[in-house]
Write a protein that binds this ligand. Structure first.
Ligand code: LLP
Length: 463
């Protein structure tokens, strides 16, 4: 996740610690549309607005920190994926990125399907009225209760992740007098170019059944023999925050190779393949993500070509983008509490949230951008580290950024592209309360996930 090196910054140019820094934007007041939600801009007073509402109004009404989600942008991106893949393919939004009942309803209305990976996500999807046949159920260790709930609800597919699970799901479905549609998740042995913790197609990790050594073929062999299962396809997810399509190309090649082997051995052409999610988004101006229509075209061409050369009918493709839909649609709004210049080093800016609302910087060394949003400023840029309020020095929200040198307590900062894996990975560390998710659209705001309260904390602590 390295960046181009331009250690510039007039104030601290001689003291930049070693590393790569994005040069301060010519104008720190500019908002790069690549990293901000579609409806974000500044009003005549220089205050940032989203969905027609100023961040100062939002902070006053809902408090800080808060995740502010642009509903129109979410719907646009969901629709762009849907349209790009057309009616011959399915788009399953990966709920792990961020899930709430409002989001499920938007997805339903925009014609997307939903990938869930726990009983809790399944319960949210069903509570919001997502038709069960449009739900895919994932996970490397689904409990028998979760499997039973999914089978009873009639989910469209369960993605099987191990030999034990093949048997478990088959028996459960059979005992309920059902035949469950399943895909088998395989690992194709691709080294995805992303952080180690979010790469999932190399063999030495917990997900899927390795293609290597004939294990995936053996899994299919066993699954095809079980009455409780209807094997509809093969699943591969190579990792997350990936920009380079070559990993998908290799994955598609290997998945189609397995389909061909299955056809040759069993005389069955499995009708579907799922290439997972993982498409990268812009966290900073240096990231250049592909558009959904480019991705759809590339994936469809790869699969079609591979199937033609294997003389297979092209299977129905599905994909599971999470981050690429919700990530760019939200920013986290914080209030500055303290500004602490450390001579010869940098300035530490403390905000009223931190690693409990965004663990990604601490966990993956993720890079984020940040902007002063409650006003504009012409002050000289200063090199800052935006940190949270937790009792831990690794509590960093934005590791290296430039902000105006006149930044002061009470200013509002926003960190863009926090729609994915921030609220969904939020914690109560230090008993800090998880922020609300406020959605905005056409000049109206509403809370879709409310702020946690001290009563919520105490309710769980049964004394
Ligand atoms: N499908 C499967 C089977 C997955 O495991 C995942 C993500 C997705 C789809 C969606 O991937 P996306 O399009 O959102 O990249 N917490 C990490 C990401 C973990 C992703 C886990 N699986 C992060 O904050 O970067």
């Amino acid at each position: 996740m390295s960046r181009s090196a331009h250690p510039a910054g007039p104030r601290h140019a001689d003291v930049l610690p070693e590393g790569h820094y994005t040069a301060p934007a010519e104008d720190l007041n500019a908002l790069d549309p690549k990293v901000w939600a579609h409806t974000v801009g500044r009003d005549a007073d220089g205050v940032v607005t989203v969905g027609g509402i100023t961040v100062t109004q939002l902070a006053e009404e809902y408090g800080t920190p808060a995740y502010i989600l642009d509903e129109a942008d979410f719907r646009d991106r969901a629709r762009a994926w849907r349209t790009a893949f057309g009616t011959d393919a399915d788009v399953f939004y990966a709920g792990k990125a961020f899930l709430s009942r409002a989001v499920v309803r938007w997805l339903d209305e925009e014609g997307l399907n939903l990938d869930v990976c726990s009983g809790g996500e399944l319960a949210t999807a069903l509570a919001a009225g997502m038709p069960a046949e449009r739900i895919a159920f994932h996970g490397n260790n689904k409990s028998p209760e979760e499997i039973e709930r999914a089978v009873r609800a009639g989910v469209g597919r369960i993605v099987l992740d191990s030999f034990q699970e093949i048997v478990r799901v088959a028996h459960l479905a059979q005992s309920l007098g059902k035949r469950q549609r399943v895909q088998i998740r395989i690992t194709v042995g691709v080294e995805a170019h992303t952080h180690e913790f979010i790469a999932t197609a190399h063999e030495d990790q917990k997900f899927g059944i390795p293609l290597a050594g004939g294990q995936a073929a053996e899994a299919v062999r066993r699954a095809l023999q079980l009455d409780g299962l209807e094997v509809i396809g093969i699943h591969s997810h190579i990792g997350s925050q990936i920009f380079d399509m070559s990993g998908f190309e290799v994955a598609a090649h290997r998945v189609v190779g397995l389909l061909k082997d299955i056809r040759d051995e069993h005389g069955v052409e499995l009708p579907e393949i799922d290439l997972g999610g993982g498409l990268g988004i812009a966290y900073t101006s240096d990231d250049d993500p592909r558009e959904p229509h480019e991705i759809a075209k590339a994936l469809t061409e790869i699969v079609t070509r591979e199937c033609e050369s294997a003389r297979l009918a092209t299977p129905r493709i599905s994909v599971e983008p999470g981050r690429a839909i919700v990530g760019p649609t939200a920013f986290t709004l914080y209030e500055v509490g303290t500004v602490k210049p450390l001579d010869g080093l940098r300035t530490y800016v403390s905000v009223d949230g931190g690693m409990s609302d965004n663990i990604r910087t601490a966990l993956y060394d993720a890079e984020y951008s940040v902007a002063l949003v409650s006003r504009t400023s012409d002050a000289e840029p200063m090199l800052v580290r935006v940190v949270g309020k937790h009792c831990e020095s690794g509590d960093i929200v934005v590791k290296d950024a430039f902000l105006p040198g006149d930044l002061a307590p009470g200013d509002l900062l926003a960190v863009p592209a926090t729609g994915a894996y921030c609220r969904s990975m939020a914690s109560n560390y230090n008993h800090v309360l998880r922020p609300p998710v406020v959605s905005v659209r056409d000049g109206a705001a509403r809370v879709i996930v409310r702020r946690e309260t001290e009563e919520d904390l105490l309710r769980l602590d049964v004394g």
